[in-house]
Structures are given as structure tokens and as C-alpha cells.
Write a protein that binds this ligand. Structure first.
Ligand code: MG
Length: 318
């Protein structure tokens, strides 16, 4: 097993097989995060659990304005999980780590008896260095007048998982948006203090992210339904299951709250990158409020409150 993992993930640090990876020092602030991945099925259109495990963690670093540097990977395998599948997952981790510019410097593998885990679970932790030009990005920094921007279409990841699970077929392409986002975010960091909050819209979708920002910053937000980018297949899935793209999981979308004076620059920068082509300015921060709310002006011209999602529509989507 170690040989197989080293074959794909090996690098000078990992190859030493020490108890701990000894790393060079980092100047300035660091960001450190962890996440566990239990997605079912492990393979889906647009990705697999390996790609997801790298993207999920590097994107949390990117949201803090941090360049992903080092990753750890803990694999929990169910006895009998196919070596070929594991190989595919390792290749995908290697490719994604390469694209994200991150090195996997420590790892662990455990095998549990049949039935005690479902095929494969992965935990990754990531360490990144916060870009020096970056201001204090925080969910509590949104201020009245700020613009609300999303880096692309909503709901693609959750629709891809739904498709695999329910064996659905759609006329238009369904693909998870799973992608490492630091490359797209990096040029934004030059905007310094004009950039207020960033968060990748994963489980709970954009609705969860906006509610978190509203609550932490103590502000009301307004978004406009007609400006929210959604792919055709996601619309179809939403029609079928009564889902709302605002609440659906993404694995390659960043919500950005910035000073309104730089919103067009943010949009231009995002759209230049392959993962941000469909970025859109979708709303604004309205006012301070002791009981903050997120509002949506719907397509039909009505107004509704976008609540914090309770529980999960689909378990094990990431
Ligand atoms: Mg996140």
C-alpha cells in the first residue's frame, strides 16, 4: 500500500518517511485548515473523492487569501476497496495538487474491516501563506454599500452527484465544478483592503455563505435572482426535485464581498480566469442590522428572505 501511494504522491519530503514532515519556515501570516471527504459515489462526472479532497482544502486556504503550500492526506479504506480505484484516486490527487501548486508532505492510511467504512474516506489538512498585499479578509468585514460577487454558476457539483445517485440523464452537460481556486483568486489579492470577505460556496451553497457573512458582519444583504448564473442541467434538476441552486453545493465557486468601487475590477479579474468565466455581480450589502437577513429579489419581481439552510438536502455530497 505504501509503495502504491508513494508511486503517485511521492516527493522529496514524503519520501523521507519521517514521523513528521520538516518544512522550511514561512515569513508572515499563515492559514491552516482541515476537512474530511466522504462523498458517495467516490467517482462522479467532473471529478472524484481525490480531486475533491485536494480542492476542498486548498479552496479554504484561498478564501483566506493564502497560497496553498503543504497538504497532509489521511486515507481510510474499507477492506476490499479496489486497488484500481485507489490508483485512479491517487492520480487525481497528484494532478490536482500539481495544478494547485501544493505539495503533499505527510500522509497516513488505515484499512478498516468490510462494512465499517464505505469504500474510502479522505481527510486533508492544508497550510498556506497569506499573501502580503492581502487585507484582513473575514466573514465579519462586509459593510453597507459593498458588492456581492459570485465566481460562476451555482449547483453544478450537487447536480453531478445527484445524477450519479439517481441514475439521471440530462439533455445538457452535467459536470461537477470541482476545481482549485487560488490561481483565480491571486490577482484579486492586489486589491488589498478593498476586498472584504471571501468564502467558497460548498455545502449549503451560496445561501449558507451569505447567511454566515450577514450574521458575522451584522448586515442585511440583497441578491437579485435574475443575475445568478445557473447552468441548464442544474435548472432541470431543480425543477425535478424542487431544489434551489442557491442552496446547492459547489466545489469551485468563490463568493466575494468587496468595496463597491472595485466591483468591476473584481469581475474583470475573475472572468479572465478559466474558472471564473461566468462570474457575476449578484447583489449588495444593504445596511447594518442587529438581526441580519439575506433578501432575494426574485425573477418575478417579488422579494423573499433567503434562510440559512437547515440540515442537508443530500448527505455525503463532499
Ligand atoms: Mg470553505
Amino acid at each position: 500500500m505504501t509503495g502504491l501511494i508513494m508511486k503517485y504522491l511521492g516527493n522529496p519530503t514524503l519520501n523521507k518517511m519521517e514521523d513528521s514532515a520538516c518544512l522550511p519556515g514561512i515569513n508572515g501570516r499563515m492559514a491552516f485548515t482541515t476537512d474530511s471527504f466522504v462523498v458517495s459515489p467516490a467517482f462522479f462526472s467532473g471529478g472524484d473523492i481525490g480531486k475533491l479532497a485536494v480542492c476542498g482544502t486548498v479552496n479554504d486556504l484561498a478564501a483566506a487569501g493564502a497560497k496553498p503550500l503543504f497538504l497532509t492526506a489521511g486515507l481510510i479504506l474499507e477492506e476490499g476497496f479496489s486497488i484500481r480505484s485507489l490508483e485512479k484516486i491517487l492520480i487525481s490527487m497528484k494532478k490536482t495538487a500539481f495544478e494547485a501548486g501544493v505539495t503533499i508532505v505527510a500522509g497516513d492510511t488505515k484499512v478498516v474491516e468490510r462494512g465499517k467504512a464505505d469504500k474510502i474516506f479522505i481527510n486533508t489538512s492544508g497550510l498556506g501563506s497569506i499573501n502580503q498585499s492581502c487585507g484582513e479578509l473575514s466573514v465579519s468585514n462586509a459593510a453597507p454599500g459593498d458588492a456581492v460577487i459570485i465566481s460562476g454558476t451555482l449547483g453544478d457539483h450537487e447536480t453531478a452527484i445527484l445524477k450519479e445517485r439517481k441514475g439521471l440523464s440530462f439533455k445538457s452537460l452535467v459536470k461537477s465544478d470541482c476545481a482549485p481556486l487560488y490561481g483565480m483568486i491571486k490577482p484579486l489579492l492586489r486589491l488589498g483592503k478593498s476586498l472584504h470577505s471571501m468564502r467558497d460556496a460548498t455545502r449549503g451553497g451560496l445561501a449558507a455563505v451569505l447567511n454566515e457573512i450577514a450574521a458575522s458582519s451584522g448586515v442585511d444583504l440583497m441578491i437579485y435572482g435574475s443575475r445568478i448564473p445557473v447552468n441548464k442541467a442544474v435548472k432541470a434538476a431543480c425543477g425535478l426535485f424542487g431544489f434551489d441552486p442557491l442552496f446547492m453545493a459547489n466545489e469551485g465557486k468563490m463568493a466575494v464581498i468587496c468595496d463597491s468601487g472595485v466591483k468591476n475590477r473584481v469581475l474583470k479579474i475573475l472572468r479572465k480566469h478559466k474558472y471564473g468565466r461566468k462570474a457575476a455581480i449578484i447583489g449588495e450589502v444593504l445596511r447594518r442590522n442587529k438581526s441580519p437577513k439575506v433578501y432575494e429579489k426574485t425573477d418575478s419581481g417579488g422579494e423573499r428572505i433567503v434562510l440559512m439552510p437547515e440540515g442537508e438536502m443530500l448527505p455525503r455530497i463532499c
